[in-house]
Design a protein around this ligand. Sequence first.
Ligand SMILES: [Zn+2]
Length: 317
Amino acid sequence: MYELHLHLDGSLRPSTVLQLAQLQSDVDPKINAENIARRLTVPDSCTSLTAYLDCFSLPLQLLQTEEALERAVYELAEDLFHEGLTYAELRFAPAPLTHQGLSQKAVTIAAVQGARKAMQKYPDIRIGLILCCMRGKNLKKENTETIKTAAMLRGDIVCGIDLAGAEAIFPTADYADLFRLAASLDIPFTIHAGEAAGPDSIRTALSFGAKRIGHGVRAIEDPSLIEELIKKGTTLEVCLKSNFDTHCFASEKEHPIRRLFDAGVKVTLNSDNRTVSGTCLANEIRIAKEMFGFTDTEIMQMQEYAREAAFNPIVRP
Ligand SMILES: [Zn+2]
């Protein structure tokens, strides 16, 4: 099984977060074994992507050391192996993990180390790492460094670039320079678009040269954009439970995954954030089958789309 869209900071084991919090004196002392899962998982009252993103503040505070980063990547890879995955691309933004003095390069090397250790222990799973640039005010310097770090460390593990964060507030069009740089360095990239923001954000991402779109589900609002996605063979990294959590559509039933797939768009299933959304690839597959009537053959087709779109080549077993 393959998965392309999975955030490290949204997929930490609650028990690990608790242990890391206990090691850091400046972290909220009210955190304990009873309330830790609640702190990391999106509440039912969540109504937007911005509220959803609040669940990441504690993990980001804790992933500031090489030990914590290496451990987090190792454990996530281990969890994915036990779920039956053979290839997964994990993503994180290195810039917000430098608040205790690490460089983006050191952050990324620690993550690579965690991936390497996991692959040594579990040779049946391959891990790729995608470095996320962040939407936000005055982040050009940090984002440029993220691209350069990816270029420097690109290899069998570091494999691509992403743009994450509040897309309804900071439009994709503001990041043209950044992706011009990524394209000039020949780093493949995906961009979060068409989730909180509409079809224009997807169009802009395509004009930058994005091979894949994170979510991209609001393409359904624009038939000519659907045609463009099909023509270009762009892959959508769809995350059902996460879209339900952020109320991307008026109701869960209105989610367009079935219509996009039937139209011929290369749709893939992903969990986005295992802990924040309380999901995993198996659960996404279950939702796709039970709520949208996907057959085993169609699920396998989506897996094939994921295999084709992986930033590191996947060798069929
Ligand atoms: Zn995402």
